[in-house]
Design a protein around this ligand. Structure first.
Ligand SMILES: Cc1cc2nc3c(=O)[nH]c(=O)nc-3n(C[C@H](O)[C@H](O)[C@H](O)COP(=O)(O)OP(=O)(O)OC[C@H]3O[C@@H](n4cnc5c(N)ncnc54)[C@H](O)[C@@H]3O)c2cc1C
Ligand code: SF4
Length: 467
């Protein structure tokens, strides 16, 4: 099958494992940040700001960097987006703010993400607190899940004086920012620092508490004035093909998680790796395998390049790392020997009529089966939609659309008057991202504030700043 693999590109093997997993972009020095910020035109009605789902005042934070007011710049960012440090690293800026920057054609767009990171790192390294808990208003809110949606909602509510408790089933907060986004894009410490920031606003965190198992949903509805559900999605689904149980078949999310919580030298990887799925999980798994030392890594995708869910810049990134892509290829069996993966059996596909998603659906080409020799198969085919908790919500009259929670767009309220939801668990269409989850948390916090405090909500300042 050698013809399916592209030639290897440069991989800096002389670097240590730790160096290969350091943040992909180096931080800006003060001089670089000032030079870059001085290129900004500080546009009126800035398109970069319109393109930001959390509407960060980008021209203002950039101007503050250029005038040496980096602390003020960080404050401007956090006023719109409490997860400004995570977003500066993980946001798909190429299709958001930087993609909308007016300096596109004869110039390079402003590197908004890296400037944002510069300001956020400045504040984090100095442990600067910008906000404090608002005057208590007597209302109690439970937030289920400490991912970016839950943290954003909890923080915004605490600033408004709510008594907030976050229930998180894992040991640490941060959700996928902590456990799921590849370490060379976002180190664990960055999202954990955001959890600490929310904790300092007086939010109570209960870790290792799974709602539905350790606490019942019924009890939460009785005990709290409002509930925000931000549980994300579930594990990688089964492929339902023979051989899936063999040694050497990995869950993509678990594989990424290892790079975040385990010593890199202890992570097992194959020499020839097949990654199934061409979304951002697939790209991340493939690049991790390469950086760990896998010699050949192929992404297997049943549709064509045009339908691939990964962004174009992610595709380019993976190719530059020496990852090869096999389009119109559907796995049909994991072939094993002595209980261990030996090959991935696939069939060629053709594109037929568009399906419900509007994408042309793949159709098998009869008799085109072939095997790709490999010793590791990574499943990266998305996440399960129905988690036990979203299932349970149905009993409270909350409506679901194809396993996602249905909400009113203006407030993120569900069909139950006390229950709000946000983040990946409501995103039934289109892309899902950290910044969208953060905005969902803000919308719900505002919705809860208005619903519980009524007229008074408009009199209480949304932001309580120490500066
Ligand atoms: C591999 C991968 C790479 C990604 N890369 C990017 C990227 O580069 N850029 C980007 O913007 N987005 C990226 N995303 C998407 C982004 O991570 C998500 O959109 C975002 O994390 C959603 O936030 P959330 O708060 O809704 O859910 P999550 O981050 O999933 O958080 C949900 C939290 O709820 C907790 N929870 C679940 N059930 C319960 C329960 N019953 N009781 C208590 N707690 C519970 C979970 O443990 C978790 O901490 C990526 C996603 C994946 C899977
Ligand atoms: S669009 Fe570009 S140049 Fe204009 S304010 Fe935004 S970053 Fe600056």
């Amino acid at each position: 099958m050698a013809e399916h693999y592209k030639p290897f590109k440069y991989m800096p093997w002389e670097m240590s494992l730790e160096e290969r997993f350091q943040e992909y972009h180096p931080p800006y020095s003060e001089r670089e940040a000032v030079l870059e910020s001085n290129r900004c035109l500080y546009c009126h009605d800035a398109p970069c700001m319109v393109a930001c789902p959390t509407t960060i005042d980008i021209p203002t934070f950039i101007r503050k960097i250029s005038t040496g007011n980096v602390k003020g710049s960080a404050k401007t960012i956090l006023e719109s987006n409490l997860m400004g440090a995570s977003c500066s690293r993980v946001c798909p800026v190429e299709v958001l703010c930087e993609g909308a920057c007016v300096l596109q054609h004869d110039h390079k767009p402003i590197t908004i993400g890296r400037l944002q990171r510069y300001a956020m790192d400045y504040a984090n390294e100095r442990n600067i607190d910008f906000f404090k808990k608002g005057e208590p208003n007597g209302f109690k809110v439970a937030v289920i899940g400490a991912g970016p949606a839950g943290l954003s909602c909890a923080g915004e509510l605490a600033k408004r004086g709510f008594d907030v408790t976050v229930l998180e089933k894992r040991e640490w907060g941060g959700g996928l920012d902590t456990y799921g986004i590849v370490v060379f894009r976002e180190p664990v410490e960055v999202s954990l620092k955001e959890v600490t920031m929310i904790e300092k606003l007086g939010v109570e965190f209960k870790f290792n508490v799974e709602v539905g198992k350790d606490v019942t949903f019924e009890d939460l509805v009785k005990q709290y004035d409002s509930i925000f559900v931000s549980v994300g999605l579930g594990a990688v689904p089964e492929m339902s093909i023979p051989g899936e149980e063999l040694q050497g078949v990995y869950d993509g999310l678990a594989f990424i998680e290892e790079t975040k919580i385990m010593p890199l030298k202890d992570i097992k990887y194959g020499n020839r790796v097949c990654v199934i799925g061409a979304g951002n999980t697939g790209i991340d798994c493939a690049t991790i395998a390469r950086r760990l030392g896998s010699e050949r890594v192929s992404i297997i995708y049943r549709r064509s390049e045009a339908e691939m869910p990964a962004y174009h810049f992610e595709y380019q990134f993976a190719m530059n790392e020496g990852v090869s892509f096999m389009f119109l290829t559907q796995p049909v069996e994991v072939v094993g020997e002595n209980g261990q993966v030996k090959a991935l059996k696939c069939i060629r596909m053709d594109l037929g009529q568009p399906d419900a998603s509007g994408r042309r659906s793949p159709v098998e080409v009869a008799g085109s089966e072939f095997e790709i020799p490999c010793d590791m198969v990574i499943k990266a085919i998305g996440q399960k939609k129905l988690t036990p908790i979203t299932d349970k919500l149905g009993e409270f009259g909350v409506k679901l659309i194809k396993g996602y929670i249905e909400v009113d767009n203006a407030t993120n309220r569900t069909h139950h008057p006390k229950i709000y939801a946000g983040g990946d668990c409501i995103r039934s269409k289109g892309e899902a991202s950290t910044v969208m989850a953060v905005e969902d948390g803000k919308i719900a916090a505002n919705g809860i504030h208005v619903a519980l405090c009524g007229e008074k909500a408009h009199k209480v300042p949304a932001l309580t700043s120490k500066m």
